[in-house]
Design a protein around this ligand. Sequence first.
Ligand code: PGA
Length: 248
Amino acid sequence: MAEKNLVVANWKCNGGAELVDSYLKAFLALEGTDVVVCPPVIFLTQLQALLRKNVSLGAQDLSTFEVGPYTGDISSEMILECGGTWTLIGHSERRALHQEGQAEILQKLQAANRVGLKTILCVGETLDHRRSGSAEEAVLSQLDILIEANDSTLFDNLTIAYEPIWAIGTGQTASPSDAQSMHARIREKILSLSDALGDNLRILYGGSVSADNCGSFLNEDDIDGVLVGGSCLNVSEFEKIVRICGAC
Ligand code: PGA
């Protein structure tokens, strides 16, 4: 739907000098795609050279706080200062491993929005939800924070990533048609809240995306890009994904 596909690399808690170097040497951006690389924030400054190749940088999380005695937190302003213009919010690993709930996720969206960081809000269902037929309800309810926020400016920089939790890091993916129908429902819900976004709302698919399978997702109408975990740790595999996204 959107004009250009968006390809996002989520390094998670991986990488070091070698991976940084391989990204700096690679040619990642291509006409027809927007590329965002989200390394651990400690590598953002080193990766700033990618900005000259039309690659944007992002963080994988951010603090709800702006400044002060919050040991270990990284604020939205700090991300901007290191060249990051994007952030992931509400990734299922943060929801599960750091007990992030809807209220905190909303505060993070607001913290990012205050400084104009672009946000990728991650949503997804468990295998139990999928098996019991409640996947759609589980995913759509994660978007309710956008209603609670009652702030139309939150939509200005919003991208959604649909990542079925059972597909993350498992080698299993949703079928392209199941992903398409979830994306269509997500789009419908967001547009019912804010039609300002129109066709510009991008909804990414994530969960075991590879160079072999990404084309089948991108051929679907409501899939506007991919969020890539494991496959982005090999820069040539990630470059292949970028090339395929540019051609779809
Ligand atoms: P994966 O991770 O590609 O390794 O499944 C995707 C993600 O969690 O963003």
